[in-house]
Write a protein that binds this ligand. Structure first.
Ligand code: AMP
Ligand code: MG
Length: 434
C-alpha cells in the first residue's frame, strides 16, 4: 500500500456535502464511512472450494472457449438444418452415434443423421438436433414431422458460456456457488482471494453479565455479542470475540489497544449515547481520532466512528472503530444500515446494493420526514401474488423480539412522511437465495 497518510476525519467531513454530526442523514453517514475505511490488499491462493464466500483478488480471464466445441443440448439426432422439409416429413438414415466425451466423431453424408447424446460434440457439417421424442424410428431410418424443429435448434455453440479471452469474473466479486462452477469449468484448482477481514468486537456496560454468570439485580445478559457474532459470521469475516469489557478506563484502553493491534475493525456496543456516565466515550476519544455522531435514523441514533490506535498518540497500525449504541435492536439496525457495507468494502468487495421489495403496508405508519426509520416487518404474498408487509409488534429499540419475528426491515426513507394503509413501502428482506 502507498505510504501516504490517510485523510483525517476533519478532511473527510469537509468532502461530505451536508455533513452535520448532530443530525447526520444515513446517506451522508454512509458516504463518510466509505471514504474513511481502507481496503484489504493482501492476496492468498485458495483451493477452489475454500474460496466460497471469499472476495476474488484479480480478474479471471478464460484462456479457452467454454464449451470448447459445438455440442448437443439434447438426446436425439443430429442433422443438417438445411435438409429439413417445411411441408413433409424429413426421412434420414442413421449413420452412426455420438456420445458425450467421445473423440472420434461419426460422420454423416447428405441424407444421413447421427444418433447423439447431450453434451456430445456435433459431427462435422451437422448443425441441428431433433430431440428423440419428436422422431419416429423405423429400422435405421428416422422420420421428423415438419415444424417440430428449426435449423440450429438444440445445439450449444463453442464459447457460448465463456469465450476465450473473455473476463469470466471481476476482482472484488464475492464468490458464490455458480462462480465456483464457472472457475471449475475453466480448470482452475486454485483462486486468488483477498485475505479475510479481521473484526474484533466487545460489549461495554457495567450492567452486562455473560451467559453462565448469575444475573445480579439490575443486570441483563449480554445479547449484543451474539447478534453481532451472527451478523459478522454471515459476512464471512474473521472474528475476534473480546467478551464483555467492564466500564473501567484501564480495561477499556487495554481492550481497544489489543483490538487496534490485531484487527482491521473493532465494533463495540453500548456507552456512546449523550448521557452516558461511563468511560467508553472518553477512552475512545483518548485512543484515537473519533467522532460521536447523532444519526438522523431510528432506531440507532448515537454512534462513534473513527480510528483507534494501539495506545494514545501511537502511530502505525490502527483499526476502524464502529461504536454502536447498546440497545439490542439499534445494534442490529445500525449494523445493517451503516456497518455491513463498510465491512464488505474493507474486505475488498465491489459494492452491490441489496435488492428491496415494494410491499403494500397493511397498516398506516407514522413517520417524521428528516430521518430514516427501519421498522421490523413480516412480508408475505397476498392472495393475488402481490407483496404485503405487516409491522411486528412493539418497535421499541430494546425489544429484540421484534427483530427475531421479522423477516425484513421496512425502510422509511429520509424525506418520507406518514404512510397510509395500502401504500407501497420498501422492504429489505433478511433472507436471500444464495
Ligand atoms: P447504552 O447505549 O449503553 O446506553 O445502552 C442502551 C441500552 O441497551 C441499555 O438498556 C443497556 O442495558 C442495553 N444494552 C447495552 N449493551 C447491551 C448488550 N450487550 N446486551 C444487551 N443489552 C445491552
Ligand atoms: Mg450504557
Amino acid at each position: 500500500m502507498a505510504d501516504a497518510l490517510p485523510p483525517s476525519l476533519q478532511e473527510i467531513a469537509e468532502r461530505v456535502a451536508g455533513y452535520d454530526p448532530k443530525s447526520l442523514p444515513v446517506a451522508q453517514a454512509r458516504e463518510f464511512i466509505d471514504r474513511l475505511v481502507p481496503r484489504v490488499q493482501a492476496v492468498e491462493m485458495l483451493a477452489l472450494r475454500s474460496a466460497l464466500g471469499r472476495v476474488l483478488a484479480r480478474d479471471i480471464v478464460s484462456d479457452f472457449d467454454v464449451p470448447a466445441h459445438d455440442n448437443s443440448a439434447m438426446d436425439g439426432y443430429a442433422l443438417r438444418g438445411a435438409e429439413l422439409s417445411a411441408t413433409a416429413a424429413t426421412v434420414l438414415q442413421v449413420a452412426g452415434s455420438g456420445f458425450a466425451g467421445q473423440a472420434d466423431l461419426a460422420s454423416a453424408a447428405p441424407g444421413q443423421c447421427v444418433r447423439i447424446m447431450t453434451g456430445a460434440v456435433m459431427p462435422p457439417g451437422l448443425d441441428t438436433v431433433v430431440p428423440q421424442e419428436f422422431v419416429t424410428l423405423d429400422g435405421d431410418r428416422i422420420s421428423v414431422a415438419p415444424g417440430v424443429v428449426r435449423s440450429g435448434d438444440n445445439r450449444r455453440l463453442a464459447g457460448e458460456d465463456l469465450a476465450r479471452g473473455e473476463a469470466a469474473l471481476a476482482a472484488g466479486r464475492v464468490l458464490r456457488p455458480a462462480d465456483l462452477g464457472l472457475l471449475a469449468s475453466l480448470g482452475r484448482a486454485e483462486v486468488p482471494v483477498l485475505r479475510r477481514l479481521r473484526v474484533a468486537f466487545f460489549s461495554t456496560g457495567n450492567e452486562l453479565r455473560s451467559i453462565g454468570e448469575p444475573l445480579d439485580a439490575g443486570c441483563v445478559y449480554d445479547s449484543n455479542r451474539y447478534t453481532l457474532w451472527g451478523m459478522l459470521q454471515r459476512l464471512g469475516v474473521e472474528l475476534i470475540d473480546m467478551g464483555v469489557v467492564r466500564d473501567d478506563p484501564v480495561a477499556l484502553a487495554s481492550a481497544f489497544g489489543a483490538a487496534a493491534r490485531d484487527a482491521d475493525a473493532v465494533i463495540t456496543s453500548g456507552g456512546v449515547s449523550v448521557g452516558e456516565a461511563d468511560h467508553t466515550k472518553q477512552v475512545m476519544a483518548e485512543l484515537g481520532d473519533v467522532l460521536f455522531w447523532r444519526i438522523a435514523m431510528r432506531p440507532g441514533r448515537p454512534m462513534a466512528i473513527g480510528r483507534i490506535a494501539t495506545a494514545p498518540g501511537a502511530r502505525g497500525h490502527h483499526a476502524i472503530l464502529f461504536g454502536l449504541p447498546g440497545n439490542p435492536v439499534a445494534v442490529m439496525v445500525t449494523f445493517y444500515a451503516l456497518v455491513r457495507d463498510a465491512l464488505l468494502a474493507m474486505s475488498g468487495a465491489t459494492a452491490q446494493p441489496l435488492p428491496m421489495l415494494r410491499a403494500a403496508s397493511l397498516e398506516a405508519i407514522r413517520k417524521k420526514p428528516g430521518r430514516t426509520e427501519y421498522q421490523r416487518g413480516i412480508v408475505a404474498r397476498a392472495a393475488d401474488g402481490a407483496w404485503q408487509v405487516r409491522i411486528t409488534g412493539s418497535q421499541g429499540s430494546g425489544i429484540l423480539r421484534s427483530m427475531s419475528e421479522a423477516n425484513g426491515l421496512v425502510v422509511l426513507h429520509h424525506a418520507q412522511g406518514d404512510v397510509a394503509a395500502g401504500e407501497l413501502v420498501d422492504v429489505l428482506p433478511f433472507d436471500g437465495l444464495v
